[in-house]
Design a protein around this ligand. Structure first.
Ligand code: TRP
Ligand code: SF4
Length: 331
């Protein structure tokens, strides 16, 4: 049986955190043997909104590539690359812009929402409107059929299919119809009970030390009615308990019991979850350190990744160029 092809990516806008690990990277790592996988650091996509901070994106690009590998993406089994190293993405993006009506982009719910919510950066530019067109090119330049993403990306997947369909209709059937693979990732909140966000700084990052982790966990909100250790607590409304559900499901019931019966205090409880988080993060931190100590090796992996990616992307473009009226010479 031929394997399906997966492509997914993340925008390098800052260091990755446990939300990325649980929400995406653990899942991606588990797919590597069953699919032909392409995992991309989407630096062009990051720049569409962060173009005023090139140094942030430049630094985060390498960091995210390192974090991918530290979290178990394996360059021996998957193609790990940086989007801008594969210029075919931009070329297909241009071709797709022919067949993408402005209305599709203007109506895209993620676009409308970001225009409303992002106020500290100027995203009223031409590029940002075309964000989903580049995403369609990312996916279809590899003829990927499966795209593991979170729910927030579903409108982009729908546009990818529509763009591919319109292209196929006009120029002949080159592209498959990719499906989203919804990561049934457990949802969990930041340390302060709000959505994890770079601007709130309310998360445990993949490079936090044991000491950082303990200090951050100690700031977590618990059951506000539990003032003293002798007060019975309500694990069902406690964010710390949610972390047990996710990071130590086999302990969660016992923890809830001890909380309800006031058999241990919130500090005891937090010390335990800090320990659990540390045991999950320390191997990642060690792999990060090893990779950071060998930047030439990381460069080498990304160069090989880009080469593998280009081989596939070039084959697709060799079909696309003549179909849309270009001379179509192979590079
Ligand atoms: N838009 C995605 C996000 O913000 C990142 C991304 C870019 C992506 N290109 C992609 C995801 C292609 C999946 C497939 O998370
Ligand atoms: Fe939350 Fe644990 Fe405190 Fe209970 S004991 S309220 S689960 S931190």
């Amino acid at each position: 049986m031929t394997k399906g092809t997966i492509l997914s990516g993340m925008r390098p806008t800052g260091p990755l955190h446990i939300g990325h690990l649980v929400g995406a990277l653990s899942n991606w790592a588990s797919l590597q043997d069953s699919y032909r996988c392409f995992f991309m650091v989407a630096d062009w996509h990051a720049l569409m909104s962060e173009y005023e901070s090139p140094e942030v994106v430049r630094e985060a690009t390498l960091q995210v590539a390192i974090d991918f590998m530290a979290c178990g993406l394996d360059p021996e089994r998957s193609t790990i690359f940086v989007q801008s190293d594969v210029p075919e993405h931009i070329e297909l993006y241009m071709a797709f812009s022919f067949v993408t009506p402005l209305g599709w982009l203007e109506r895209c719910p993620t676009y409308k929402e970001q225009l409303r919510n992002i106020t500290d950066r100027d995203i009223s530019n031409y590029a940002f409107l075309g964000y989903p067109v580049l995403q369609a090119a990312d996916i279809l330049v590899y003829k990927a059929d499966t795209v593991p993403v979170g729910e927030d990306q579903l409108p982009h997947l729908e546009l990818t299919r529509e763009i591919g369909r319109r292209f196929n209709h006009l120029y002949g059937g080159i592209f498959p119809e990719p499906q989203a693979m919804l990561t049934n990732a457990p949802r969990f909140l930041g340390l302060d009970g709000r959505k994890m966000s770079k601007s709130y700084g309310n998360y445990i990052s993949l490079s936090d030390t044991a000491e950082d982790i303990r200090a951050k966990v100690m700031t977590m909100f618990t059951d506000p009615q539990r003032q003293r250790k002798s007060d019975p607590g309500r694990p069902e409304i406690c964010n710390v308990h949610r972390y047990f559900d996710i990071f130590a499901p086999d302990e969660a019931r016992e923890v809830a019991d001890k909380c309800r019966k006031a058999e241990w205090g919130c500090t005891d409880c937090k010390m335990r979850i800090a320990e659990i988080l540390e045991s999950r993060i320390s191997p990642i931190r060690e792999r990060q350190a090893a990779l950071m100590a060998d930047p030439a090796e990381v460069e080498d992996i990304l160069t090989r990744g880009a080469q593998q990616a280009r081989d596939v992307a070039e084959a697709t473009m060799a079909e696309v160029r003549p179909a849309i009226g270009l001379k179509g010479t192979r590079r």
